[in-house]
Ligand binder design. Structure first.
Ligand SMILES: Nc1nc2c(ncn2[C@@H]2O[C@H](COP(=O)(O)OP(=O)(O)OP(=O)(O)O)[C@@H](O)[C@H]2O)c(=O)[nH]1
Ligand SMILES: [Mg+2]
Length: 318
C-alpha cells in the first residue's frame, strides 16, 4: 500500500522507485519464530482479547497475517505505537483504509510519553464484555495476549499500562533490537479495576513478507535485524524515503552541502563529518600502501539510528 504517493504530489527530481536489486525476502526470515507462534496458540485457551501492536509508521503494511489466522477468533484491538515518530497528517485516511480491512478498533499510542495508553483498558473491557468469552464467562479477570512483529513496542505497552494503572515499574524487558522478548511469558498484571492481565509474546514476522519493499520498511523500523538486510541497503531505502517526502533534516544534521539521492555520496560525507574512517591496505605497483577510507557502514548505522530516534523528522513509510 502506498498511502504517501497516493496522497501527496510526487517530489520532482528524486527516485520514483526503489531498486530492490534482486534481493530476496526469504533470506531475512528467522526460522525460530514458528516456535513463538506455536506457544501462543497453546496459550490461547486462557485469552479473552488480542492486543496487536504495530508501528505507526507502517500502519498498512508488515503485519503478520498468520497471527490473525491462528489467534483471530478473539476480539482484537490494533495499537499503532511510536506515533511520536510517525507523520500522521493523513490519520483519518489511514483509519479509513484499516476500517475497509475490517479493523475498526484502532488506537495510536506513544509509550515514551504514555500518550493514549489510558484508552487501552476501557476499550478492551468493552470489547471483552461484548464478546462470548468462550468458557471463561465465570472469571472476573480478563487476560489479554499482546501480539505483533518484533520491536514495535509490545513490552513497552505492557510497562506503560502498569506505570499508569498500578504505578509500578517495568515487568517486561524492552530494547532497541528485535527479539528482546524470547518466549511467551507469564501473566503480567496491568490493572486492578478491572482486574486485567497481559501476556507478553515474542515478535513474530510473517514467513512470507509480501515484497522486498515491505521487508525494507520493516527493517527500517527495526523489526528485522540490520545485518540480515545490510545497513547500507537500509540506509539507502531511508534516503530514498526522506527525499521523496522532502524531509531534508538529514542535510543539516550531518552538515551536507545539499540534499542528495545517491547513497554512496551521502554516506561518504556523513563518514567524513563524523570522523568515521578506517585504515585500509591498497595494493599498488610499488607495494602495499595504507590509506584512510570513509567507513560507509559506520555512517549508515549512524543515519539509521538517528532516524529511529526521531532525529530526522517524522515520516510515513506507507
Ligand atoms: N519513539 C518511541 N519508541 C518506542 C515507543 N515504544 C517503544 N519504543 C522503543 O522501541 C524499542 C522496542 O520496544 P520493545 O517494547 O522492546 O518492543 P517489543 O515489540 O516488545 O520487541 P520484541 O520483544 O523484540 O519483539 C525500545 O527501544 C523502546 O524504547 C514509542 O512509543 N515511541
Ligand atoms: Mg518484547
Amino acid at each position: 500500500m502506498r498511502l504517501f504517493s497516493v496522497l501527496r504530489a510526487p517530489a520532482v527530481g528524486w527516485r520514483e522507485r526503489f531498486d530492490c536489486g534482486g534481493r530476496e525476502v526469504a533470506r531475512w526470515f528467522p526460522g525460530h519464530m514458528a516456535k513463538g507462534l506455536k506457544d501462543m496458540k497453546n496459550r490461547l485457551r486462557v485469552v479473552d482479547c488480542l492486543l496487536e501492536v504495530h508501528d505507526a509508521r507502517i500502519p498498512l503494511s508488515g503485519r503478520n497475517p498468520l497471527l490473525q489466522q491462528a489467534l483471530g477468533i478473539r476480539p482484537h484491538l490494533l495499537v499503532l505505537n511510536k506515533m511520536d515518530l510517525a507523520d500522521l497528517t493523513h490519520k483519518s485516511r489511514i483509519l479509513e483504509c484499516l476500517r475497509q480491512q475490517g479493523l475498526s478498533h484502532v488506537l495510536f499510542t506513544d509509550c515514551l510519553q504514555d500518550e493514549n495508553i489510558d484508552k487501552i483498558v476501557p476499550l478492551i473491557t468493552e470489547l471483552v464484555s461484548n464478546s462470548q468469552r468462550y468458557q471463561r464467562a465465570e472469571n472476573i479477570e480478563s487476560c489479554i495476549m499482546v501480539i505483533g512483529v518484533p520491536n514495535v513496542g509490545k513490552s513497552s505497552v505492557i510497562n506503560s499500562l502498569r506505570r499508569l494503572h498500578l504505578q509500578k515499574g517495568k515487568a517486561s524487558s524492552v530494547g532497541g533490537q528485535p527479539g528482546i522478548t524470547r518466549a511467551v511469558l507469564t501473566r503480567i498484571q496491568v490493572c486492578d479495576r478491572p482486574l486485567m492481565f497481559l501476556l507478553d509474546t515474542p515478535g513474530v514476522l510473517s514467513p512470507q513478507i509480501e515484497s522486498v519493499e515491505i521487508g525494507l520498511k520493516l527493517a527500517l523500523c527495526g523489526a528485522i535485524r540490520d545485518h540480515l538486510v545490510g545497513e547500507e541497503v537500509i540506509a539507502d531505502y531511508l534516503l530514498y524515503t526522506l527525499n521523496r517526502q522532502q524531509q531534508f533534516s538529514y542535510v543539516e544534521r550531518y552538515r551536507l552541502a545539499s540534499p542528495c539521492d545517491d547513497v554512496e555520496t551521502v554516506l561518504k560525507s556523513i563518514a567524513l563529518h563524523l570522523g568515521k574512517t578506517r585504515r585500509v591496505k591498497v595494493l599498488t605497483g610499488t607495494g602495499n600502501v595504507t590509506v584512510t577510507a570513509p567507513n560507509y557502514n559506520g555512517a549508515a548505522v549512524d543515519l539509521i539510528h538517528s532516524f529511529r530516534k526521531g532525529l530526522l523528522g517524522k515520516v510515513m513509510l506507507d
